[in-house]
Design a protein around this ligand. Structure first.
Ligand code: ADP
Length: 316
């Protein structure tokens, strides 16, 4: 699985004075599900659109199946499928009509009925697009991305706005695409989605790649298995000196590898949950801190993001 089907080489995109993507490079291997994970505004869509050839990079370039997206757009188009935003679907057409029209745009296309079956849309084939649910529209958008039997499929935030069940159905579909040998590039701001679906994850923030690895290795890079999260009432308003002292005290809690703070919320990373908890409570007693909303969890990609940026994926 080491053949690169996509190469992003120093991609830069500026909008006026603002640089949305600042030198992004990575390889995507054939047959993998590759995730761009980051908060809104991180530059995921812009990066994908430069690779798709829909947006021209100001610097750098991208190769898809060996073709340069700046100069060999026709070849690139043959190799890729791009999921449309569901708002660009034609409401008055039926599902089958929409797929047929798309198929007619390409010299080579896959048979319509098996494609609808794969996307769990057989029962909806005669329904007008406007009567589909959000999840069904997303599945139709993926069907359209697949009509030309592309090597690489781009899915931009495919589950945003879907209910949990529709999200799961979509996850199954992505995994099935991988089974069929497609390369999938997927952007998302949901870390659970990235964890479940992606072979490798490119963590993005402020237009840059901040980490790239398998989900497991990313979480392992924290070198801590558990996260202990809590609020300390009044922690935010304290003097800088007091803040420093508190941090040092938390850093000294048994087995703590690392301390992160966002406002009143602290996260301690540890490999040994029990001694850390016991010592944290002892420290809180001694310091007369009031520890609120205490929870423990296994470290996740969210923690990797917090570790790298000091912010949460959710709030960023
Ligand atoms: P993401 O997909 O990670 O949410 P985007 O690539 O959509 O991020 O956007 C990255 C940044 O570039 C954001 O700050 C966004 O507001 C800005 N941006 C995107 N498209 C344009 C545009 N056409 N003109 C100006 N700014 C843009």
């Amino acid at each position: 699985m080491t053949e690169a089907v996509i190469r992003a080489l120093g991609l830069v995109k500026r909008y006026g004075n603002f640089t949305a993507v600042r030198g992004v490079s990575f390889d995507v291997y054939r047959g993998e599900v590759f995730g761009l994970l980051g908060p809104n505004g991180a530059g995921k869509t812009t990066t994908m659109e430069m690779i798709e050839g829909l947006r021209r990079p100001d610097e750098g370039h991208a190769l898809v199946a060996g073709y340069d997206t700046r100069t060999q757009q026709d070849k690139v188009k043959e190799a890729i499928g791009v999921q449309l935003q569901s708002t660009s679907l034609f409401d008055l057409l039926t599902v089958r009509e929409m797929v047929r029209i798309y198929a007619s745009f390409y010299p080579k296309s896959v048979p319509v009925d098996p494609l609808l079956e794969d996307m769990i849309l057989t029962e909806k084939a005669g329904d007008r697009v406007k009567h589909l649910s959000g999840g069904q529209k997303q599945r139709l958008a993926i069907a359209l991305a697949l009509v030309n039997d592309p090597q690489v499929v781009f899915l931009d935030e495919p589950t945003t706005g879907l209910d949990p069940q529709a999200r799961r159905t979509l996850w199954d579909i992505v995994l099935r695409l991988k089974e069929r040998g497609k390369t999938v590039v997927l952007s998302t701001h949901y870390m659970d989605e990235a964890h479940v679906l992606c072979d490798r994850i490119c963590l993005m923030d402020s237009g840059q790649v901040i980490a790239l690895d398998t989900p497991r290795s990313l979480v392992r890079s924290l070198q801590s298995e558990s996260a202990v999260e809590f609020r300390l009432a009044g922690a935010e308003g304290a003097e800088a000196e007091e803040q420093d002292r508190r941090r040092r005290r938390l850093q000294a809690v048994a087995e703590v590898k690392q301390v992160q703070q966002r406002g009143e919320v602290f996260v301690l990373y540890t490999d040994a949950l029990q001694p850390t908890l016991v010592d944290l409570i002892a420290a809180a007693e001694a310091e007369a801190w009031s520890v609120l909303d205490l929870q423990t969890r296994t470290a996740t990609l969210e923690d990797v993001f917090i570790h790298m940026t000091g912010r949460s994926l959710r709030e960023a």
